[in-house]
Design a protein around this ligand. Sequence first.
Ligand code: GCB
Length: 587
Amino acid sequence: MINTLKTPLIQNVGTRRSLSLNGAFRTIVDPYENGYYDYRYQLQTSEGYFQNRKPTSKTDRVEYDFDRSETLRVPGDWNSQRDELFFYEGTIWYKTTFELELEPSRRLFVYFAGANYEAKVYVNGVLVGGHVGGFTPFNFEVTDQVRSGENVLIVKVDNRRRREGVPTLNTDWWNYGGLTRDVWLLDVPATFIRDYSLKLASRDADRITGWVQLDGAELAQRVTLRIPEAAIEVTTEADAQGFAKFDVPASLELWCCERPKLYAVEFSIQGERIEDRIGFRTLETRGHDILLNGVSVFLRGISLHEQAPRREGRAVTRGDAETLLGWAQELDVNFVRLAHYPHHEHTARLADELGLLLWAEIPVYWTIDWENPETLANAKNQLEELVVRDKNRASVVIWSVGNETPIGDARNRFMAELVASVRALDDSRLVSAALERRQVEPGIELIDDPLGALLDVVGCNEYLGWYDGLPDKADSVSFQTAYDKPLVISEFGADALYGYHADALTRWSEEYQANVYTHQIAMLERIPFLRGVTPWILTDFRSPRRPLPQIQDFWNRKGLISDAGQKKQAFFVLKEYYQRLIARFRG
Ligand code: GCB
């Protein structure tokens, strides 16, 4: 069972009536899961930490006390908050309290924007649900568990890596654990708008289609959609399951990178109105081209990890996302690859405002447990949670189902299932994956991974000049593809320590990295079917795989910007390429 007591995800929580539970939580570090299992390794009952027991007499034995334990900040990873937790992988228990005055006609949900990796959630001592997957949101209804006055929320978060997990044991990024994203108590009417979708009817810029899903007792009721700026107001009747459909003629200014037009949209039912800001655009591929609103675009991109800018830890705030996307924009990009897992919802919302196109990805990374049905169910679930959350974001143009997964029968079947499942969830975006290529003869690199046949856009990672030869190796290489599809070079790069200067063939120097970029760009210019590139990567990021003292110190140094926010030489090499591309497309 991937998730226990799963309740469908609530859309657009940011605009709902809510109580933020962010702040300092009392925490107990529990490497042996003592608060969860007894000495026979059976589930704890009365001694479980989720009971939040206090001694009731002087003879009473209680071996933990949240209220005398240290705190951790939520949202935030634990690794960067205490030195002794830097490498910690295991369980930490979180506890907070909140005051309520219950209103009879309201329903309450605890909502987690993300918790890495497995969470078990208890309200007033009762398990309300569990969730697996570190980067997607989840919510549980707690209407029947809460009471007027003080309530206790306890969450067990376990970030141990697992072979059958998604991701699996091995990743080139830090396994930041904890309640890494916001926690809210959502307060909704007895019947409420749980989810909705609104977009242009496929490739038809004159009609919008959408749907609304209600949740509660009064499902068959009138639902109104309003887009005042487009003079749209329509009312429809939800069916007995609370599902209402819209199909409306519209004359809209389309969302694009240069003018990211967003419309204020309102959905309303008896007793509730939800507002959003939504952009409308068409998207398709034709041969090697990616057409945005019918016009071929070249994706001038950069890859991005959710690594906090200029400080340790996972990026958590909207301010962090503003800094990171701001740096990306300084490179003159129109595209960002959100690697290698779903980033926070506010990143896609910000990209909507800024006119940045996004590649969104799930952590199906390297060698997952391809034969394991639970692993597949887990990957599908993470993909679904991502699509449900971000389906109304015009900025998101590509769903990526994985990164550098090794060709083989079981993997091919697994990935085909993911492609089919993302298409069933959303047929309005492009599907991709970062593949690998193979050398068929010296100087010829062929992309023919069978997964490519199922994708709309073929992504390919290559490290010519870093893991594969020296920078000038790229000069004698040409790319071939088995697919009449657009190609995005989804990674290339080289490590450089900011401020380390040497000649252009000295590893770890800024000059070496810039040299790799120079040769790569010349090579990219010779690939006729190339329609985008997302070099690896915007900023240095923490990785346990990078121990080299004085150079890496557990940072992957392929950033164009250092962990302290300084731009390396290669930043300007890439920027110059992107400026040339802009001038070429204008000219
Ligand atoms: C890759 C991976 C990426 C790594 C990068 C590297 O191919 O996709 O996750 O961080 O190489 O730096 O080696």
